[in-house]
Design a protein around this ligand. Sequence first.
Ligand code: 3HC
Length: 659
Amino acid sequence: MSATRFSESVSGSIRDGVLVVTIDNAPVNATSAHVRQGLVKALDHASAVGTVIGVVITGAGRTFVGGADIREFGKPPVEPTLPEVMQRLENCGKPVVAAVNGAALGGGCEITLACHGRIAGEAASFAMPEVKLGIVPGAGGTQRLPRLVGTVAAIELIGSGRTIKPDEALKLGLVDGIAADHLAAALGLVHQLAGQPQRRTGLLDVHVAEPAAVDAASKKILSRSRGQSAPAEAVRLVRLASEATFQDGLTDERATFLRLRDSREAAALRHVFFAERQAGKVDKLNSVAPRKIETAGIVGTGLMGAGIAVAALTAGYRVIGVEQTEDAATKGRERIAGILDKSVQSGRLATTVREECLARLAVTANIGELATADLVIEAVFDDLTVKTALFQRLDGIVRPDAILATNTSYLNPDEIAAATAHPERVVGLHFFSPANIMRLVEVVDCKATAPDVLASALAFARKLGKLPVVCGVTEGFIGNRIFSAYRREAEFMVEDGAAPEEIDAALEAYGFPMGIFTVYDMAGLEIAWARRKRQAATRDPKARYVEIADQLCEAGRFGRKTGKGWYDYSSGEKSVDPEVAALIVAARAAKDMSPRSFTPGEIVNRLLRAMADEGTALLTEGIAARSSDIDLVMINGYGFPAHKGGPMFAAETHKDMTP
Ligand code: 3HC
């Protein structure tokens, strides 16, 4: 049986009278121009050859089709367009069935929708992740999906971009069947459909749900979209499917897709997509093999240590937690089990996986048990004396090839490393709390860190499902250093005349989930206060310094947990506090400053500029390798809105960074 090549990435061969078309366009079988051209030629071939009764479409490798080729966005269009291919598929006179071997994403999922039948292999998955790229499906997805799964499910899937597995796809009516041998099952379905009128998705009626259910599903998506336009457009288009003709729906969808594709929001989210794939790539590690890590020791099982333990356990590692006393060890184990329980309750973790995790966990007061660990992460109190003493002790316990990682936020890991016998095996792994949820990990390449130690730390973080960003040693690493500059600038602005609540409102309108003063109150004001006091002796006396935060701390206003901070929480709700306003007025008066007013645009502009300037300094100092890494840190660790691309992207692409 010889294969026919329809283009450089599409080939076909005849099996049981069916043309089996394989898309082979590494790495993810995106629908690049040659894939689209190949598919059309394959359909022409199937129509022309009388002995062919139908077509099966499948993908080579792990993916079915990863969607439109994002690298083509912004380039001149090449015929045929994806909607044209879908039209050809749907109108083909012979049955076309998708044999979905792996991920069918975006345009890939749309291909399956335009086919006359769909069989999912066990490794298949389906998603319409376009909104995550600031766009809507552009090849019929918003009009065909509701015709198969109904309006409510289509709003939820397209509006969220969520991935579903074969079981759910079958339940929803997205696929006709699931089969271990998806190809054989797809061939069977072609034989079943041959000679019958084609099952064209576009001709189906939309199952119209109760208006209340449609409204509720729409509201849920819109409430999470934080100022992005794509989710709202996606919801509108899905609803249109039951109100307009199929053709009118397609026309509107295409126009919306093209408009959004060229928007600032989509450019920002594409930047984030590629930035994530770049992150953690380090040239000097190209031919460096990571060490084998099977057992992770975690010293300190407080909130942070327990979160790291859960992340490591769910990624399949054996974990040894270490505490100072038996009682603390028992509490640590309970804390870890409690987080696992919560994950089960929220549906993120299967009960069986929870049991497997607990079977791989030991929490002990005997630090000597770390002798079997391949990697030890310390998550103890952020104090240099405590951490160096611990690492010196670990020197005498762990194997010579074991890696030691510090989770410090502000201390200098070079100093911690220098106190050990083997500084080359020390690396920083700065997790964000809650560590089992937050994706970001700053991987700190210390002065003496050996390349294979850095490579191992990166591989470990990736296996945890984290987004690792490499950074050099500096106070606060990338994130906290930029955050400090951001906070400093916000405090300057308060002194200059803006009220904290005005600044927070401007940031929230820009897309931050919370303004900086609200964040400050959530985190607690005392840690930064202690740091400022530590730094007081070395501070440049000529540098501008705002005393307001210190005065709040002196008044015992440490934030939400004390009921008062920048705001008042004593009623249970956040409210503006006249006492704080009076304190600000007094602070301005003490410096003889007369307040001026700020527009929301000015506020955001000034804060973004402060972040971008600090980011530029980090690049110049070689602390961050690329500006896109800085964007990822601020998006994934500090709530910077992804659809604005991060502070560096905003600065590079727009001189005026007003919302
Ligand atoms: N277009 C172009 N390149 C893509 C791509 C795409 N759709 N998807 C992935 N790639 C590239 C990545 O940039 C990466 O390149 P690199 O090796 O040079 O860094 C490479 O493929 C491998 O990607 P990952 O590292 O992400 O590989 P994984 O195996 O971890 O994940 C995946 C594979 C699940 C397919 C993931 O890449 C993914 O989610 N891709 C995006 C899917 C998507 O958003 N599709 C919708 C596109 S828009 C669309 O279809 C519009 C339509 O409606 C008209």
